[in-house]
Ligand binder design. Sequence first.
Ligand SMILES: Cc1cc2nc3c(=O)[nH]c(=O)nc-3n(C[C@H](O)[C@H](O)[C@H](O)COP(=O)(O)OP(=O)(O)OC[C@H]3O[C@@H](n4cnc5c(N)ncnc54)[C@H](O)[C@@H]3O)c2cc1C
Length: 384
Amino acid sequence: MAVGGREGGGRAGGYDVAVVGGGLVGASIAWGLARLGQRVAVIDEGDVAFRASRGNFALVWVQSKGLGMPEYAAWTRRSSEGWDALASALREETGIDVAFDRPGGFNLALGEAELENRVAQLKRLHNQPDMVRYDYEVMDRAQVAAMLPHIGPDVIGATYCALDGHVNSLRLFRALHLGMQRLGAAYLPNRTVDRIEPRPGGGFAIATPAGTVEAAKVVLAAGIGNATLGPMVGLTVPVRPQRGQILVTERTAPFLRHPIVTVRQTDEGTVMMGDSQEEAGFDPTVGTPILSVMAERAMRMFPLIGRLNVVRTWAALRVMTRDGFPIYEQSAACPGAFVATCHSGVTLAANHALVLPRHVVDGHLPADVFEVFGAGRFDVPAAA
Ligand SMILES: Cc1cc2nc3c(=O)[nH]c(=O)nc-3n(C[C@H](O)[C@H](O)[C@H](O)COP(=O)(O)OP(=O)(O)OC[C@H]3O[C@@H](n4cnc5c(N)ncnc54)[C@H](O)[C@@H]3O)c2cc1C
């Protein structure tokens, strides 16, 4: 397309919604919008971008989420419950099996202090006023061994939650992209949005070096890029990169059906070990000091991992807010401009695909669910 050209999906006035960012969050929302009959464009920087969506650990995880914001625990649980429907719809519409499984997940403890800390944390989480109710179990070694026969001698117990699961997140990414395009969404890669202009009569002109896209509404789902894009439509989106490193082994015979928060066997037989949480700015490099700690812990949990060859390591950048909770908001200054950003875009994909799009179409994020997720929560006056 010529520089300075206009793209509007062949419709007078442009697209119904432009989603900026084609990672897991943007693709989930775009697929959901397209299923609601919206004319959607997904504008993406392309494969050069920092993209958490291609480097994650692929857990659909509930236990431990929401300490400090019980509404986030409810939002997470709701997504976990929507995941079956998401996986089925994607299989039906694209033929891709994203290998979603919810067999229950473990957080294994390699010592009494670890177990005590976890139990105390879960007690604090579930003691919060308005905390959504769900069961978790504290297990001793014998109970864990009955479900995970390959644990090593250092495992002394675990917390377990039946709501935890995992998925093949690269296949999820592929299925969402294929699905949205089959429903008519336009995927516009290699276009970095550098300006968003609200139109006086409503709608937005979204400028990229390859041309301008026009849309009645815009959803910012550009991961770390939302920090720069938000102010263009009157939104503050304080997100930063947080590095996570992961190791993957060669394939081996199935030995671990349940996901552990830092170890899981994929549907393809490889074993993933992860994932660190490092404040390293925009540096996505891997390093043996962190990798070796993760590998050593994984081998203490499951000694047979020590016999496997590591075939790949990588680092990717999470999209992190100050309190670790998501931001969902519609701009008060520019109605029709929304932001959606979080650090658990795999877990929350069902909400982003099946819940959020309806509200974007309605032009209103219901306060009972979304008010708490507004970025206004960061506007705390400095202490005197
Ligand atoms: C190591 C690691 C482990 C993780 N493990 C899990 C897990 O187990 N479970 C879980 O639920 N989540 C996990 N996550 C988080 C999950 O991967 C992210 O929440 C999710 O991928 C975020 O998706 P996103 O679309 O917001 O961002 P991204 O994937 O970063 O995508 C942002 C997109 O926006 C585009 N973009 C940016 N700026 C612009 C611009 N100006 N113009 C146009 N396009 C732009 C980029 O091209 C990119 O494609 C993990 C993340 C990491 C890094």
